[in-house]
Design a protein around this ligand. Structure first.
Ligand SMILES: [Zn+2]
Length: 57
């Protein structure tokens, strides 16, 4: 199970995500970023930043 805390990338955000794999995390984060942070442009840099903060086996 993979976990990701949005607060690791966006200070102050309390959203947390869990999924079986990194792609599942990224799809949830994409929806959250658009809905809660107004970020609709998911750049390779943003994806890399998220991936670097995903924890779990
Ligand atoms: Zn967030």
């Amino acid at each position: 199970m993979k976990t990701f805390a949005c607060g690791d990338v966006v200070p102050g955000c309390g959203a947390r995500f869990t999924s079986a794999d990194e792609d599942g995390i990224l799809s949830q984060v994409a929806g959250h970023a658009a809905a809660d942070h107004g970020v609709t442009d998911i750049t390779p840099e943003l994806v890399q930043s998220v991936r670097s903060h995903i924890h779990g086996a």
